[in-house]
Write a protein that binds this ligand. Structure first.
Ligand SMILES: *[C@@H]1O[C@H](CO)[C@@H](O)[C@H](O)[C@H]1NC(C)=O
Ligand SMILES: *[C@@H]1O[C@H](CO)[C@@H](O)[C@H](O)[C@H]1NC(C)=O
Ligand SMILES: *[C@@H]1O[C@H](CO)[C@@H](O)[C@H](O)[C@H]1NC(C)=O
Ligand SMILES: *[C@@H]1O[C@H](CO)[C@@H](O)[C@H](O)[C@H]1NC(C)=O
Ligand SMILES: *[C@@H]1O[C@H](CO)[C@@H](O)[C@H](O)[C@H]1NC(C)=O
Ligand SMILES: *[C@@H]1O[C@H](CO)[C@@H](O)[C@H](O)[C@H]1NC(C)=O
Ligand SMILES: *[C@@H]1O[C@H](CO)[C@@H](O)[C@H](O)[C@H]1NC(C)=O
Ligand SMILES: *[C@@H]1O[C@H](CO)[C@@H](O)[C@H](O)[C@H]1NC(C)=O
Ligand SMILES: *[C@@H]1O[C@H](CO)[C@@H](O)[C@H](O)[C@H]1NC(C)=O
Ligand SMILES: *[C@@H]1O[C@H](CO)[C@@H](O)[C@H](O)[C@H]1NC(C)=O
Length: 775
């Protein structure tokens, strides 16, 4: 099996040649390009400096000199590379590597006087004393590679290098322990060992414990035991031919201990081939019972390709380092709790779950749920901000947080892995987006002179244009649909959901499977305004606003596409009998208030809704209130001069200033909110024509009841509401503050919010209007 040659091309070879094995005292090598190396007599191995690709740094090393790859088999100073101008010198006290400032980078100092060095044909570099005894040899201090004739003793170990091209000590170790040869990941950059992923044998008794690992001259590799026996451990048997091939055994940077062969002879264009290796499948061999990421880095799937481990990122993830897939993957958009808790109740806004049938994760569980169904498992992860992935099998759900360890590609169909990814970046959802001081309200009073309106509109548009570049990321999340796409999605506008304020709404489904509500606008706004306004709308993200998905702008066809809300609108919800749960209603009211605070005060452009009413409040999953149709009033109700004369809003909800010659402000929404709040409290419509005339107008009736001290009448038959007496009374007071005739008297939505949640005291409200009787 061919190994990619780039694996070995990491070093540039410096110029050749000199000497025949023996290295005399005071001999030097320098990083100078013309400097000779110390060659073995056959010329097959060389000792010297190698320049690392793309750096000006040098590695003192031993390599195969006759093959094109010049494969390094031993290195001295990987953790402290030598700058240009460094030199290595042999003296009687040993070998020392110094930088240009004569600082020692690396040295060998045996306790004996050295007479000479010797680069042997076996690839062993030795320092000898005057009686030829070896004082030091490189074979006794292996790095990541063993060669024929080399043995690994009980106290020796091999460390993988860090990456293909980085020779520093890496993440795996081959060593002896308890009479066995073991492979373990280490807690890089320390040398603390994790649980082993390979063990040569189960130690039974002292006589058969491993004593050393032998790489014989004939290229066999086996363990010699204390009783002298040989144990091929779990190497597969194979035919070897040392006359035709070089052999080496390397603990690869990816943790696999591999024996390689390479045809001898410099003419060969061939590369190293894998002869045999352990473990068979490092992806599954590394156990999850311990810490560490597994063979690949965190958040990545390990798989075996061409006998080598390879790492893959799950969908929505990408490599941390594109040059080193073993460093792990990171989510394209970061996951986690805290940053936008506001949206945690509505995960579909920010997360997507992808299902993998052949991806699997071991370890890293923070919760094991059983018995659980597949769907429960998926949802549990979806709604849990701690959850990054979940694995399901039979009736068990393992929930995992990031970083995910021990990912692997497995046979499909046994376990299901759910991967959670963000589909929107964090900042995009920040509800407290800075408010622009210079921005003007989008909606302006209906009766103000057109000249003033025009200049303000112009200013607004100029502002929008000027501030556009900063916003492109958000704006780009809105999709432009063709009319035909939407026609197909709605099956020819077949299923009508209702008539909204500005057009008819149809149900549809996108190719992705997401359900949508398509609103076909019946009034056609100016083209430029349509786009400008949609852009402004598209920048609003809030839990309590219906999300705009996209739009269509084709000739006469102006359509707006929203997410579809599964639980209908507030009007229908309140009509149910028995009355819907009080606490749910309380949450809905708070949600609407939050949404309005956002529109009025927190989004980039103040938006006055102008048509707050219960049919315009949609209910999402978990009955979260979502305000619909915001931003459309400006778009659809102003004529081409920027003024309009018709009364906006809906009977029963409209603020008195619509009938007066005063500018419309955010207070119109406060008025309408007050009406909706009363509807929520009473579970009835704002205007009821049939029946008791006294009760026909909700606002009047509510105030009457309030001043008569008969609040319980408002919530007849509603035990939960009655039980929540303190809140009930305060909320009725808040509603009455909201429906004050004079806009200045009404509180802002922010104050309303604070009064509703109890952080602002509520005083006795005055009579809403001069012509309401206060019997
Ligand atoms: C090292 O550099 C050579 C020549 O510039 C290049 O061909 C080779 O791909 C590089 N190897 C690596 C691993 O970057
Ligand atoms: C080492 O010394 C011997 C004799 O002193 C000499 O013949 C040989 O060329 C020297 N080798 C080197 C590499 O200088
Ligand atoms: C291996 O060692 C033996 C005995 O020590 C020696 O004869 C032989 O030449 C060595 N082989 C290599 C390739 O150096
Ligand atoms: C080697 O050197 C030591 C002292 O450095 C000396 O005593 C011994 O005689 C020498 N041996 C030979 C064989 O030269
Ligand atoms: C090798 O990796 C180590 C640790 O990340 C780093 O400090 C060193 O600079 C790297 N060496 C090279 C040559 O890139
Ligand atoms: C070696 O054996 C001891 C005692 O049985 C055990 O505690 C230890 O974990 C073993 N070490 C390894 C690396 O297996
Ligand atoms: C060691 O024992 C375990 C459990 O008995 C067994 O699964 C494993 O294959 C054995 N390992 C070797 C190398 O024999
Ligand atoms: C120890 O192992 C040797 C060789 O495998 C075997 O002959 C001997 O009976 C074993 N001794 C014990 C006590 O199991
Ligand atoms: C994640 O980022 C990578 C690299 O930028 C990209 O190739 C991939 O398509 C992205 N995936 C998703 C789901 O956005
Ligand atoms: C969610 O994941 C599914 C399945 O991978 C994919 O088809 C869909 O496009 C994703 N949705 C988003 C919004 O990324």
């Amino acid at each position: 099996m061919a190994v990619p040659s780039t694996f070995f091309l990491t070093l540039l070879v410096l110029s050749p040649t000199l000497a025949f094995g023996i290295v005399n005292l005071t001999s030097k090598l320098s990083t100078n390009d013309m400097s000779p190396q110390w060659l073995s007599p056959s010329g097959e191995f060389a000792f010297g400096f190698r320049k690392l690709n793309a750096t000006n740094l040098f590695l003192l090393s031993i390599w195969y000199d006759k093959i094109p790859d010049k494969t390094v088999v031993w290195q001295a100073n990987a953790d402290h590379l030598a700058p240009r101008g460094s030199e290595v010198k042999l003296t009687a006290s040993g070998l020392s590597l110094t930088d240009p400032q004569s600082q020692v980078i690396w040295k060998i100092q045996p306790n004996k006087a050295i007479s000479y060095g010797n680069m042997l044909d076996s690839g062993n570099f030795v320092l000898a004393t005057n009686d030829s005894a070896d004082a030091w040899e490189s074979f006794k201090f292996p790095t990541d590679t063993l060669l024929p004739n080399q043995t690994l003793g009980l106290d020796d170990s091999l460390f993988s290098r860090l990456t293909e091209t980085n020779y520093s000590k890496g993440r795996f170790e081959l060593y002896f322990s308890n009479g066995s040869l073991l492979l373990s990941p280490v807690a890089w950059p320390t040398e603390t060992r994790y649980v082993s992923y390979f063990r040569s044998q189960n130690t039974t008794n002292t006589s058969n414990m491993a004593a050393q690992l032998v790489f014989s001259e004939s290229a066999e590799i086996y363990i010699v035991k204390t009783d002298g026996g040989e144990d091929p451990f779990r190497w597969k048997q194979t035919a070897l031919d040392t006359n035709a091939y070089y052999y080496r055994a390397t603990l690869d940077f990816n943790g696999v201990f591999t024996q390689y062969s390479h045809p001898r002879g410099s003419t060969s264009q061939q590369v190293w081939s894998i002869v045999r290796y352990v473990p068979d499948n490092i992806c599954t061999a590394i156990k999850s019972i311990d810490t560490g990421s597994g063979a690949c880095g965190y958040n990545s799937y390990c798989t075996i390709e061409n006998q080598r481990p390879a790492c893959k990122c799950p969908d929505g993830y990408s490599f941390i380092d594109s040059n080193n897939q073993f460093r792990g993957c990171q989510p394209n958009l970061s996951l986690g709790c805290g940053a936008d808790d506001e949206y945690q109740g509505r995960p579909e806004e920010i997360y997507n779950i992808t299902v993998s049938t052949n991806g699997d994760w071991h370890g890293g569980n923070y919760e094991i749920l059983k018995p659980y169904t597949l769907e429960e498992c998926r949802k549990s992860c979806f709604y849990d901000c701690f959850c990054g992935a979940a694995v399901f099998q039979d009736d068990t759900c393992w929930k995992k947080s990031l970083p995910l360890p021990h990912g692997r590609v497995v046979v499909a169909g046994i376990r299901i892995a759910f991967m959670k990814t963000r589909i929107r970046s964090l900042g995009q959802f920040a509800p407290n987006a800075e408010k622009k001081d210079g921005s003007k309200p989008v909606i302006l009073g209906s009766f103000v002179g057109s000249l003033a309106i025009n200049s303000i509109l112009l200013a607004t548009i100029v502002f929008l244009v000027l501030s556009k570049p900063k916003k492109t990321i958000q704006a780009s999340s809105v999709v432009t649909f063709s009319y035909n796409e939407l026609k197909a999605a709605t099956r020819g506008f077949k299923e009508k959901l209702g008539r909204g304020s500005f057009g008819t709404v149809y149900k549809g489904v996108l190719k992705s499977g997401n359900f949508i509500a398509v609103k076909e606008l019946d009034r056609v706004a100016q083209e430029r305004e349509f786009k400008t306004e949609l852009r402004a709308i598209s920048k609003t993200y809030h839990k309590n606003l219906v999300r705009l998905i996209g739009f269509c702008d084709e000739g006469i066809h102006r359509l707006i596409v929203y997410e579809l809300m599964g639980n209908g609108n507030l009007e229908d919800f309140l009509c149910q009998r028995p009355k819907p749960n009080w606490n749910l209603r309380v949450e809905i009211a708070l949600g609407i208030a939050r949404g309005l605070v956002y529109l009025h005060e927190e989004c980039d452009f103040q938006i006055i809704h102008c048509d707050i009413k219960s049919p315009n409040i949609l209910l999402g999953e978990k009955f979260t209130a979502k305000i619909a149709d915001f931003g459309l009033a400006k778009l659809l109700l102003s004529d081409q001069t920027g003024t309009q004369t018709m009364i906006r809003g809906t009977k029963g909800y409209v603020a008195p200033e619509w009938f007066k010659n005063v500018p419309v402000t955010t207070k119109v929404d406060v008025y309408s909110f007050g009406v909706v709040l009363l509807e929520i409290i009473c579970c009835r419509r704002s205007v009821v024509m049939e029946g008791n005339e006294e009760h026909a107008i909700l606002t009047d009736w509510a105030y009457d009841c309030y001043v008569e001290g008969k609040i319980d009448v408002l919530t007849e038959n509603d035990e939960e509401g009655m039980a929540d007496n303190g809140r009930l009374r305060i909320w009725v007071m808040v509603a009455i503050w909201c429906i004050q005739e004079h806009a200045e008297t009404r509180p802002t939505m922010k104050m309303v919010m604070q009064m509703l949640d109890g952080s602002l005291a509520v005083h006795e409200p005055p009579a809403p209007s001069s012509f309401i009787s206060t019997c």
